[in-house]
Design a protein around this ligand. Structure first.
Ligand SMILES: [Zn+2]
Length: 410
């Protein structure tokens, strides 16, 4: 279907080799189109891609927010029966249908905030039976929501109670990954990436490496949590083994920056988590200057409840906040939320440097913002997303550019 979107006040697109994907003419015959969408002078931007979420779980932990505000530490919350073990227990006992309903509700709220493709991790089962259930929920949801889903197997999210990290890594490498491989080979699961929570006292470097490489052996992309709370050397590890992406990186070292830049490993930054946990800021400008592709993610999870890449508040507030923390400009911000995040979750095994991979990764729907210009853009127009979601922007590589036009053809 060919759709004409007219009355665009500002179109934000990317250019590739100085070529725009939009023909530079103001005069187009309406007869060439199946449908015309009048956006009433609004701003059109590529759909946002959320590069990091934990959206399949049961068991609300809102009560923990109150505990934290009252001064409880992470350890005290754990001792009171909270934390990730609470979510693991509730997710384990939840019916699959309940998990699916909860997920679909969350993803529809993400969609209303402009997210068109989302990376979704398992990781509240830790053992195979529940991890498999979570991955089945994501698989079923792919046919039930217009938002594209990229699944990540994340059994190494935490060490299960009663096990050492080494025992847990053994279970993942020797039992769970072979089981996952046979489900994928049988066509019952489509999983794109493997993730490990690489952290001091959880999965340290050796266990992380072992699990990631076992995942890569069955064709998964290596996309893991690293250098969040301690400078453990996650950047050096990920760069050294050619990981596709590392999330968090608040404690990334100089050597880690160099390794990641050399291997083309993407950085996935999670500003809401950094803010909620009052973590130091990752060295964003240094990463960009070194040539590391920088993406953004909401890190939606029961402990950091953010469903929106641009929040439900005006994006300008978010952008100011982003600027304050990370010194990301408006264009950097959108590139991070669209192009690089697309690289992180890209499912066709394209390398970060592959032009074809980038182009495919960037084929996202357009969204219509309520604001007239990108700079005062607010939440996406409710109708906009569903109306234009079948569109793709291609080829889209390179820097963002905005143009003003009366009517624009795709
Ligand atoms: Zn995470």
């Amino acid at each position: 279907m060919k759709l004409l979107v007219k009355s665009i006040k500002q179109l934000v697109q990317t250019i590739h080799r100085r070529k725009s994907c939009v023909p530079e003419t103001n005069y187009i015959s309406l007869r060439n189109f199946d449908e015309v969408l009048d956006v009433g002078g609004k701003c059109v931007v590529p759909g946002l891609i959320d590069g990091h979420t934990h959206p399949v779980w049961s068991g609300d932990r809102v009560h923990e927010f109150a505990m934290k505000l009252a001064g409880a530490t992470y350890l005290e919350i754990h001792q009171a029966g909270g934390g990730i073990n609470f979510t693991v227990a509730k997710t384990k006992e939840a019916e699959e249908q309940l998990l699916l309903d909860l997920f679909l509700n969350r993803v529809s709220r993400m969609m209303r905030s402009g997210t068109t493709l989302v990376e979704c991790k398992s990781g509240y089962g830790l053992e195979w039976e529940t991890e498999f259930k979570m991955l089945r929920v994501l698989e079923a949801a792919k046919a039930l929501t217009p938002v594209k889903i990229s699944s990540t197997y994340c059994a190494a999210h935490s060490v299960p109670q009663g096990k050492t990290p080494e025992e847990a890594a053994d279970d993942i490498v020797m039992k769970q990954i072979p089981a996952l491989q046979s489900e994928m080979q049988a066509g019952r699961l489509g999983v794109d990436s493997i993730d490990v929570f690489c952290e001091k006292g959880v999965y340290e470097l050796e266990d992380t490496k072992r699990i990631l490489l076992a995942g890569r052996n069955i064709g998964l992309r290596m996309n893991f949590h690293g250098d969040e709370l301690h400078p453990l050397g996650g950047g050096e590890l990920g760069g050294g083994i050619g990981a596709e992406a590392i999330s968090h990186l608040e404690q990334l070292s100089e050597a880690g920056i160099q390794k990641m830049a050399a291997s083309g490993t993407c950085a996935v930054l999670l500003p809401t988590t950094a803010l909620a946990l009052q973590l130091p800021h990752p060295p964003v400008r240094k990463m960009i200057q070194a040539g590391i592709p920088v993406a953004l993610g909401s890190d939606f999870n029961p402990n950091a409840f953010c469903l929106s890449m641009i929040k439900s508040k005006p994006v300008s507030i978010f952008v100011k906040w982003e600027n304050l923390i990370y010194q990301l400009g408006m264009a950097d911000d959108l590139i991070a939320a669209v192009i690089i995040a697309g690289q992180v979750v890209h499912r066709k095994q394209a390398t970060a440097k592959s032009e074809t991979g980038l182009r495919e990764a960037c084929e996202v729907p357009l969204i219509v913002l309520r604001g007239l210009l990108m700079h005062d853009a607010v939440e996406p127009a409710a109708r906009g997303f569903s109306s234009v979601r079948s569109l793709t922007l291609a080829p889209l590589v390179g820097q963002l550019q905005s143009i003003h036009d009366e009517s624009v053809r795709f």
